[in-house]
Ligand binder design. Structure first.
Ligand code: PHE
Length: 459
């Protein structure tokens, strides 16, 4: 699927203070109100947004706004941000020796559907737009699902070399490697014909036969996956190849800067609605090929929409948690939200080149409980009930003591036609062993809240 810069699976560990707060579980009625009912309007960053049938942000998710872990001094995500930014500063300089790229790392994550999807030509029926995948404030506004959402506004503002860094929000399964909020860095570089063909004057960016007009960029089409890896019809092959060469050279340079000169990597063809051709860069790490970034030649419609007609561009996006987990050997994604000094004090931006390996603070056993229920008559999974709604409800109630939730069984009763689901919830505390009695109590809260929120019948 597109928009996939996620993090690898691993284990959890979390900080003391945060944990105390998380263990104070929310009462079922309150959790239900938080996940299924919304006030008539939401106030976010001083602005008021009317809610509607698309609203699905929860107070818990909104509490991440403004935490800016990528800007927090000595935080591992901030260290990774600086490594990427410094690499780009060094890789591209103007004649005076100043960095060519500018950095935007404090843009508001609250964006419009137009910014997150339409501007990027993401098909109107694309899965990534679904309510079950994003955090919508209302039908027009959402918490950005990728930092690519800012491309068009920045290009329209006249920028041609820039990086965007910030947190992104995606609804997802809960487990120790997936957190609904994580961080990305995106970059755009635009070049004109003169710059690209400095050493080959006479070559062109655009095909002579191309009329200059593309499909109306305002019309967002339904999915018609165009997997032509060669090039967009408007571009010349020379322009695309040179741009591809430059982009891959720079991104391999970044990868080697981060992982060392001997890192094994490979390019994999892929599809993004906003780039063509598109690639993913994978690195070989601990016996596995791991995707680290997505990139490609920007769709020319996007540049046109932003008022740029005489340039070709490349863009890429990379997930910061994944890089940080590998580079610092951080075993669990929830640690990035920890305020525990035992965690934070292990990292320092004094020496950005020397990245220490994380030393686990503690390790406590897991505790797993199943929850089975009947869905109401005529309701099925993804037709009246979404597993992500259940994951959010469980997280709202239990917080981060929930390490993983998975759907382990599903069946339809032959006579009643009702659907039964069984979720396995794995609990783990960061600093101590949870007692079965404690877990049972939290588990019961989740069961009660599910009955309230989804009208299910516990089995
Ligand atoms: N936005 C893409 C993602 O989140 C990454 C990407 C950015 C790919 C820019 C190509 C160009 O997965």
């Amino acid at each position: 699927m597109l928009l996939t810069l996620r993090v690898p699976r691993s284990r959890l560990c979390l900080g003391r203070q945060q944990h105390r707060r998380l263990l104070a579980s929310t009462a079922p009625e309150e959790a239900k109100r938080q996940t299924t009912q919304h006030p008539l309007q939401l106030e976010i960053n001083g602005n008021t947004y009317p809610t509607d049938s698309w609203t699905n942000v929860t107070p818990k998710i909104l509490s991440h706004l403004g935490l800016n872990k990528h800007l927090q001094r000595d935080h591992p995500l901030s260290i990774i941000r600086q490594r990427i930014v410094n690499y780009f500063y060094g890789a591209y300089r103007n004649q005076r020796g100043n960095p060519l790229f500018s950095v935007y790392d404090q843009l508001s994550p609250l964006v419009t559907v137009q910014q997150n999807f339409d501007n990027l030509l993401i098909p109107i029926d694309h899965v990534s737009r679904q309510k079950s995948d994003c955090y919508y404030v209302n039908r027009e506004h959402l918490l950005r699902a990728h930092t690519t959402a800012h491309q068009v506004e920045l290009i329209s503002g006249g920028l041609d070399n820039f990086l965007v860094v910030g947190e992104v929000y995606r609804r997802d399964e809960i487990d120790s490697t997936h957190y609904p909020v994580f961080h990305q860095a995106d970059a755009v570089r635009l070049v004109t014909k003169d710059k690209l063909f400095e050493r080959n004057p006479g070559l062109e960016l655009f095909e002579e036969t191309w009329s200059g007009s593309l499909a109306d960029p305002k019309r967002i089409l339904p999915s018609s996956k165009c997997m032509d890896q060669t090039k967009q019809p408007c571009h010349t092959l020379e322009a695309v190849k040179l741009m591809e060469h430059e982009m891959k050279h720079v991104l391999v340079g970044l990868t080697k800067d981060l992982f060392g000169p001997r890192i094994k990597y490979r390019w994999v063809d892929t599809y993004f609605p906003f780039t063509q051709p598109s690639w993913e860069l994978e690195i070989y790490f601990k016996d596995n090929w791991l995707e680290v970034l997505g990139c490609g030649i920007m769709r020319h419609e996007i540049l046109q929409k932003a008022g740029v007609h005489q340039s070709i561009g490349y863009a890429f996006g990379v997930g910061l948690e994944r890089l940080a987990m590998i580079l610092f050997d951080i075993p669990d994604i929830r640690l990035f939200w920890s305020n525990d000094s035992g965690f934070l004090s292990q990292f320092s931006e004094e020496d950005l080149q020397n990245l220490p390996k994380y030393k686990p603070i503690s390790h406590y056993p897991q505790c797993s409980n199943d929850l089975s229920f009947w869905l109401p008559a005529n309701v099925e999974i993804d037709a009246g009930f979404s597993a992500n709604d259940f994951y959010d409800l469980a997280r709202t109630i239990a917080g981060d003591v929930v390490e993983q939730i998975s759907l382990v069984d599903k069946f339809k009763h032959p006579k009643t036609g009702k659907t039964s689901l069984c979720f396995r919830i794995v609990y783990r505390h960061m600093e101590r062993t949870l007692t079965q009695a404690e877990v049972n109590e939290i588990h019961k809260h989740i069961a009660d809240a599910s009955v309230e929120a989804f009208n299910v019948q516990i089995r």
